[in-house]
Design a protein around this ligand. Structure first.
Ligand code: NAD
Length: 503
């Protein structure tokens, strides 16, 4: 395809003469949260927490070791009986109180999240709103669980199906939505009657620790524990620990494999929400302007550091040119900046120097392979880890940029010529988290959605989520579901009790 548009010259909008996003009073205790208390931990080492807009250290948190996990697991084991025995109404009230507490501190939590991740405030506020909604949904859902009717399924034998908590759940969360991904685990895990030990990403622990601080008086000691530290040490100990009944990880495919391997020794259950590489299949009859405007959000939300990001367009060759024009216009209008640089900032920095190097590495290799950037294509001036919102066009089938998860503000555009080819190529990636189809044709919208091998398929939309519907992937994106009643099922076990009542 050809387009006359040249790459963007987007600049980072800086915040001038504004007070800092957070003060020392907003920071959580720089400690682990174990058995209802903030404690120092066993190693004496610390990890720097860095603001990716300024590259300055905003906090130092203790680097945990296996001993800290062992203490936290012991606390969770001790707390599990009491929490599991609470009747649904009581547990529900606690979760509603957690939701109220988060909502009551929503603005501070949003600022804290933006200070740690560089996210635009609009994204942090959305994360906090969804966090509140996740706790409220689970608080309601836990009172309305269902199972098969009790009855005589064998002669003279009455069967009851009980739903029980699993016990202690280990949770490992990523840096892209630190508070929200914690909430997606904590809410259903507690709702189902389990206790937990959570390890936040070592890069973004602040809002998780703050959440623990905010709700410490609402939960019995040991029900929620937070241990800081690095994945291969603290996360790995959690995954292998014999007293942990299930390990749930949101993160990369490599970490998912490591966790599944570590969990195999004790045969604990594993719940994995891993990477994504969402295809956006645009047919010739689609509303091209609507698709491009939706991609402005869905491709670049959270600076593209989003597992469901609309990052890989497959567009019918006959409409590729007008579609790319719409898309490039939208992408060049995106406002890149620091969180305090205005409510209209849409794109922030990459979360860390290492991730910035990874994303710009993909752009450099694409350029070296002759792939053209119709917008962006390069890093933006520092300080901070900013990358220009990018559209790579004329991307050949199988190119690295269209195959691997870049996890940055980069959308690739490939073309196809018929429906079967579109489905085959959309499915030809090892990840299967989410996808979208853009068409006005009713048959095609059903049929293509059915043939796409992804856990969520949107039709004429992308990246719209709701607490009532499940989120999770197929293939290399892992297994297990977040949100909805399906998450409650994942964190529960069914027990069949059969009574012989023959006279
Ligand atoms: P990551 O895998 O590097 O880190 C995730 C967490 O796993 C961190 O807390 C890390 O410390 C821990 N970890 C690393 N190695 C480990 C090990 N050997 N054992 C136990 N824990 C370990 O991922 P990230 O860079 O923080 O997050 C980005 C990834 O997360 C992307 O691939 C993205 O697609 C994925 N993600 C998926 C979803 C989803 O819902 N499917 C949501 C958000 C992010």
């Amino acid at each position: 395809m050809t387009t006359t548009a040249g790459p963007t010259t987007a600049a980072v909008r800086r915040a001038a003469d504004v007070p800092p996003l957070i003060t020392a009073a907003d920071l959580p205790p720089a400690r682990h949260f174990i058995d209802g208390d903030f404690v120092a931990g066993s190693t004496g080492r610390v990890i720097d927490v860095v603001d990716p807009c300024t590259e300055q250290v905003v906090a130092r948190i203790p680097e945990g070791g296996a001993e800290d996990i062992d203490r936290a697991v012991a606390a969770a084991v001790a707390a599990k009986g009491g929490w599991a025995r609470m009747v649904p109404k009581e547990r529900s009230e606690v979760l509603h109180a957690v939701a109220d507490r988060v909502a009551g501190h929503g603005e501070m939590l949003s600022r804290l999240e933006s200070a740690n991740t560089g996210k635009p405030m609009a994204v942090s506020r959305d994360d906090v709103a969804m966090t509140v909604d996740t706790f409220r949904f689970m608080a309601g859902a836990l009172r309305a669980t269902t199972s098969m009717a009790a009855g005589d399924y064998a002669e003279h034998h009455l069967s009851l199906i009980l739903r029980e908590p699993l016990g202690v759940i280990g949770v490992v969360t990523p840096w892209n939505y630190p508070l929200l991904m914690a909430a997606w685990k904590i809410a259903p895990i507690l709702a189902a009657g389990n206790t937990l030990v959570l390890k936040p990403s070592e890069q973004t622990p602040l809002t998780t620790l703050k959440l623990a601080e905010l709700v410490a008086d609402l939960l019995p000691a040991g029900v929620l524990n937070v241990v800081n530290g690095r994945g291969p040490v603290v996360g790995a100990r959690l995954a292998e620990h014999p007293d942990v009944d299930m390990i749930a990880l949101t993160g990369s495919v490599a970490s998912g494999r490591a966790v599944a391997r570590a969990a195999a020794g004790s045969l604990k259950r594993v719940h994995l929400e891993l990477g994504g590489k969402a295809p956006v299949v645009v047919f010739e009859d689609a509303d091209l302007a609507a698709a491009a405007s939706s991609l402005r959000v869905a491709g670049f939300w959270n600076s593209g550091q989003e597992c469901g990001a609309a990052c890989r367009v497959l567009v019918h060759a006959s409409v590729a040119e007008p579609f790319v024009e719409h898309l490039v216009r939208e992408v060049k209008e995106l406002i890149v900046g620091e969180p305090q640089a205005g409510e209209d900032v849409e794109v922030g920095p990459m979360v860390s120097e290492a991730h910035f190097a990874r994303v710009t590495g993909y752009l450099e290799r694409a350029k070296a392979d002759g792939i053209r950037a119709a917008a962006g294509g390069q890093a933006l001036d520092g300080p901070g880890y900013f990358v220009a919102p990018t559209v790579l066009v004329d991307v050949p089938e199988g190119a690295e940029a269209a195959r691997e998860e870049i996890f940055g503000p980069v959308v690739t555009v490939e073309t196809f010529t018929d429906e079967d080819e579109a489905v085959r190529r959309a499915n030809a990636v090892p990840l299967g988290l989410s996808a979208s189809v853009w068409t006005e044709n009713a048959r095609r919208s059903h049929d293509v959605a059915a043939r796409l091998d992804f856990g969520t398929v949107w039709v004429n939309s992308h990246l719209v989520l709701a607490g009532e519907v499940p989120w999770g992937g197929f293939k290399g994106s892992g297994y297990g579901r977040d949100l909805s009643l399906y998450a409650l099922d994942d964190y529960s076990r069914t027990k069949h009790v059969m009574h012989n009542h023959e006279r």
